[in-house]
Write a protein that binds this ligand. Sequence first.
Ligand code: RM4
Ligand code: MN
Ligand code: MN
Length: 424
Amino acid sequence: MKLEKHQIEEHNHKLLESHKCKVDFLKSEIKGSEEIIRKLVEFQIAIPSWALGTGGTRFGRFAGAGEARSLEEKLEDIGLLHALNKSSGAISLHIPWDIPKNAKNTKALAAQLGIKFDAVNSNTFQDQKNQSHSYKFGSLQHVDKAVRDQAIDHNLEVIHYGKELGSESITVWLSDGSCFPGQLNFRKAFENTLDGLQKIYTALPGNWKMFVEYKAYEPNFYSMTVGDWGQSLLYASKLGPKAYTLVDLGHHLPNANIEQIVSLLLMEGKLGGFHFNDSKYGDDDLTVGSINPYQLFLIFHELVEGMDARKMNHASDLGWMIDASHNVKDPLEDLLQSVEAIQLAYAQALLVDQQALEHAQQKNDVTLAQEILQTAYRTDTRALVAEARLQAGAALNPVGFFRDLKVREHLIKERGMQTIATGL
Ligand code: RM4
Ligand code: MN
Ligand code: MN
């Protein structure tokens, strides 16, 4: 489904008067609001191809209807999201779920929709049909060299597809680990994994980055071979300057201080990218900002402070990706909500008076430090984000417009009720 420019203009026209009131008030209150709006316009968040369909749980999956059935349809869905918010101009592909049959055509379609190819993801957590060796007991960590080699070859293939499409990074998430004490020799598992990652690293094109994603538990429940940021950082440091840690917000043990992790990884120049989502318990993959928006703000505060300290470009120096998918919402509406939550937190973080905060910290004025952060967090930045959309040619109210257009109904007519967009 393609959106025409005039449709967006008509939608915006209806909301313009009320929007103007809100944004004018904010502009009068906030110093440097134009600069914040400019940064919001530039900030793009990659959409994972696997989030375009309803996610399942281990108890089952409820079909979402009208889901994208091919890579082309996935690109079209993201093209639509991007037309609605002008902030989703990238896709993150999962191989082998999204192997491009004709990379040239796929690239051309993406260019037409204004979409770039973000990190490509490898998959050694599932066995594919016709695969010679099983990953049941791990991939890069495996005791059998033949399994390790198969996993390495798969990652090289992923790099090959990424190169064809113009990606510049690969995310390696390993489900490797053990379920019972004694199952694994931790040191040997680490060494095998490092050896495999080194072989993949060697195959990276010059301008590429490798993101090493960690996860505390699941699918393995006793140990994970890349289980936390310390282990990921250890691999990334041993691998070299093109290797970085990737933080998925749902991959920590409960109550972990993710903002502190972010700050220290940035300090080390080893933070590579993000998988945004939200959670209450574990890797719940819920809509960004739906459970703990204050934590999201605190993370963005560390990102802005730390990136500015290193003179990094907010929009381009880290990989910004969503990794969320679940059972009960329209996945496209859900992604619109996630992107907006990220932008709101980013805008709030840009409001923090960094100098005043530093002064308060130097004086051990704890109350004032908290006031400064919470003043920013409690500012309603929705009109600033909407203004960024307006200036970029997107819709003032993406979710509302999505519903007015009856997008899902159109997609069901086109694609049918029994469709599956995810490989999970
Ligand atoms: C994992 C992890 C990876 C993602 C897969 C689908 O839990 O978050 O990033 O590629 O799920
Ligand atoms: Mn992830
Ligand atoms: Mn996950």
